[in-house]
Ligand binder design. Structure first.
Ligand code: SF4
Length: 339
C-alpha cells in the first residue's frame, strides 16, 4: 500500500474523537475526586507517588466508576496509593528481565516463534499495577530509520510467524503509523499473524473507529486482539459495540486480566467478568498472577488463593469461560500455568 493511499485514508488524525479523549485525560487528583464525589479524606495520594508515576485516566473510564465509592474496582486500578512507596522484598524494577530480551530498540524477543513490537511508548492510562511502570521507554522510541532496521531484523528471523504489538499501548499510536508498520510487516512472507495487546478499546471505545477498522480489515495477516479488562463493570454498551465492530472486521477477540486484590479477587467478580466478556464476543484467555514489580505488592493475591478461585470458577462456568491461570517467569519458553 502506498503512502499516498495511507494519506488519503487518514486525512486529519488530530480531529478524531479518540485522540481528543487522549489529550483530555484526567491527571489532577482533585478533579478525579470531584467527579466521583469523593473527598481527599477518603483516599491517600502522596506527592512522591504521584511524581514517580502520575495519575492518568481517561474520562470514559471514570464514567463507569461508582460515585462516592472509594473502593470501586475501576477506581482502585488507577488510584495512586501510599503503599506504592513500600520497598517489598522479592519485587524488582524489571520483574520479567525484559532488558535481557531486547535485540533491537522497540523489539522484545522472549518466545520462539513470536516477537513483541513496542508500537507506542505510552498508554491512555496509568494502571497502578503496571509491570512496565519502570520500563525505560525513552530507549524505545524508534524513528523511521530504526523501524526499517527492525523490519530487516524481522525479515531475517524465519522462525517468527507472529508479531505482537505491545507498548505502552499500541493503540495509543496513530493509525497512520500502525497502518504503515502493519503494511511493511505483512510484506514479510513468514509472518502470518498479528496480535495486538491493548487496553485502549476498553478505556476509550471511540478508539475503534473507521480508520482503525480499515487497516485491520485490509491486512492479509490474521488478526487477534487481546483486550486487558479486569472487571465486568469496565464493559458497557459502547465497549460491546466496539468489540462487535472489531469482530466484524475479522479480528479474533481474547481477554487477559491480572488477578488484583480488591478488584477481582472473588469468584463472583471473575464469573461476572467472564460472562460480560462473552456477551461482548470476547473469550477469556489468561488470568495473570501479578508481576512482582516494585510498588504493586498491595495488589498481590497469593498463588494458593488464585488456584482456589479458578477451581471454584470451574464449578460455576463452562470450560470456555474459565481463563488459564498463568505467571510469566523470565527465560521460560512460554507463560507458566499455575494449575
Ligand atoms: S495499559 Fe498496560 S502497559 Fe499501559 S499502564 Fe496499563 S498495564 Fe501498563
Amino acid at each position: 500500500m502506498s503512502s499516498l493511499v495511507l494519506a488519503q485514508r487518514h486525512p486529519d488524525d488530530s480531529a478524531r474523537r479518540w485522540q481528543q479523549e487522549l489529550s483530555n485525560l484526567i491527571t489532577e487528583p482533585e478533579e478525579l475526586l470531584h467527579l466521583l464525589g469523593l473527598s481527599p479524606d477518603d483516599v491517600s495520594m502522596p506527592a512522591d507517588v504521584l511524581r514517580a508515576f502520575p495519575l492518568k485516566v481517561p474520562r470514559p473510564f471514570v464514567a463507569r466508576m461508582r460515585p462516592g465509592d472509594a473502593r470501586d474496582p475501576l477506581l482502585l486500578q488507577v488510584l495512586p496509593s501510599a503503599q506504592e512507596s513500600d520497598d517489598t522484598p522479592g519485587y524488582g524494577f524489571d520483574p520479567l528481565s525484559e532488558a535481557d530480551f531486547n535485540p533491537q530498540p522497540g523489539i522484545l524477543h522472549k518466545y520462539q516463534g513470536r516477537v513483541l513490537v513496542l508500537a507506542a511508548p505510552h498508554c491512555a492510562v496509568h494502571c497502578r499495577y503496571c509491570f512496565r511502570r519502570h520500563f525505560p521507554y525513552q530507549d524505545h522510541v524508534p524513528g523511521r530509520q530504526v523501524w526499517e532496521q527492525n523490519l530487516q531484523w524481522l525479515a531475517g528471523q524465519p522462525q517468527i510467524s507472529e508479531v505482537i504489538y505491545s507498548g505502552g499501548d499500541p493503540l495509543a499510536a496513530s493509525d497512520r503509523h500502525l497502518a504503515w508498520l502493519t503494511d511493511r510487516i505483512s510484506e514479510i512472507p513468514h509472518i502470518g499473524r498479528l496480535r495486538i495487546h491493548t487496553r485502549t478499546p476498553v478505556l476509550v471505545p471511540a478508539r475503534v473507529d473507521d480508520n482503525l477498522l480499515a487497516w485491520l480489515r485490509d491486512s492479509r495477516l490474521q488478526k487477534v486482539m487481546v483486550i486487558h479488562c479486569n472487571h465486568a463493570n469496565e464493559i458497557d454498551a459502547e465497549v460491546i459495540d466496539a468489540m462487535q465492530r472489531l469482530r466484524d472486521a475479522g479480528v479474533t477477540l481474547l481477554n487477559q486480566s491480572v488477578l488484583l486484590s480488591g478488584v477481582n479477587d472473588s469468584v463472583q467478580a471473575l464469573a461476572d467478568l467472564s460472562e460480560a466478556l462473552f456477551a461482548a464476543s470476547v473469550l477469556p484467555y489468561y488470568l495473570h498472577a501479578l508481576d512482582k514489580v516494585q510498588g504493586v505488592a498491595h495488589f498481590d493475591v497469593g498463588e494458593e488463593q488464585a488456584r482456589d478461585l479458578i477451581m471454584a470458577l470451574k464449578q460455576r462456568l463452562p470450560g470456555y469461560l474459565v481463563p488459564r491461570l498463568v505467571r510469566e517467569i523470565p527465560g521460560e519458553a512460554s507463560k507458566t500455568g499455575l494449575l
